[in-house]
Design a protein around this ligand. Structure first.
Ligand code: ZN
Length: 260
């Protein structure tokens, strides 16, 4: 490059940088039918604000089973693999939305149930969701079942709300059958002190559910809908001024010993 061209090039660069920076700070108005409306980066700004707010929340996701514990299985389908896939998709979705996500496992290994509870409690999580796949001898059974547990009536309303909100979102896609919300004394729901849910994502023993679970895009939609349910639930918590440190969980844990 000759010196003269180089100078011209530098001047052009400075000029364009100035023009761009001036435009960058302005809202651009366009005329349409006599009305002017601003084109501002509203979407990006909202996303940025959401991300900042969402960073206050920690979500713990638990892919059921792992390692030597296959969970339920049908031919080459293992529950432990499906749950890990779903949870990893959910992790990706929630992280993109600005939430902090902790997985109880992100590889094929067995985590003891008590340890799963400890991971959730030590993360100071706002929500805990365990993902499973169901099975039954009666192959006609299909659909989504949501479980909650409220030892000694602990946070009953919150826990039911969480399960219902997640279920409502899942049922919006892929024609899953609604198997409802049930109360069950599952260890992971008993050990976790924050609002928690266990979702049985279809029956591996049912042909229709199995066909759904064999499609990666269905697993991804499941994960996204579980995530949307969690987000809706957290929004509900904010509206209702829920305080995760307000209830005496220590007392509940003492009571738990007498329940065994
Ligand atoms: Zn399971």
């Amino acid at each position: 490059m000759r010196i003269a061209n180089k100078k011209r090039f530098i001047i052009s660069c400075v000029f364009f940088t100035l023009v761009l920076s001036i435009f960058g700070k302005m809202s651009i108005f366009l005329q349409r039918d006599g009305t002017s409306f601003p084109i501002v980066m509203a979407v990006d700004k909202n996303k940025e604000e959401n991300s900042n707010n969402n960073k206050n929340y920690t979500i713990v996701l638990d892919p059921g089973h792992g390692g030597v514990d296959l969970g339920t299985s049908y031919k080459n389908f293992n529950e432990k693999d499906l749950t890990l896939k779903i949870v990893k998709y959910a992790e990706e979705y929630l992280k993109d939305e600005g939430y902090a996500v902790v997985l109880t496992r992100n590889e094929d290994k067995l985590v003891p149930l008590k340890e799963i509870g400890n991971i959730a409690n030590n993360s100071n999580a706002d929500v805990f969701v365990s993902v499973h796949i169901n099975s039954l001898q009666d192959i006609n059974y299909k659909g989504i079942t949501g479980y909650y547990y409220d030892g000694k009536g602990y946070e009953t309303d919150e826990r039911i709300k969480l399960v219902k909100t997640i279920g409502d979102e899942i049922l919006k896609s892929d024609s899953w059958e609604d198997k409802g919300v049930k109360r069950e004394n599952f260890a992971v729901l008993r050990y976790t002190k924050m609002p928690s849910a266990l979702i049985e994502c279809g029956f591996i023993t049912n042909e229709e559910d199995r066909a759904r679970l064999s499609k990666d895009e269905v697993l991804k939609r499941l994960a996204e809908n579980i995530s949307k349910g969690i987000i809706n639930y957290l929004d509900h918590q904010v509206k209702n001024g829920y305080n995760k440190n307000s209830e005496d969980y220590t007392k509940l844990m003492v009571d738990e010993k007498s329940m065994k």
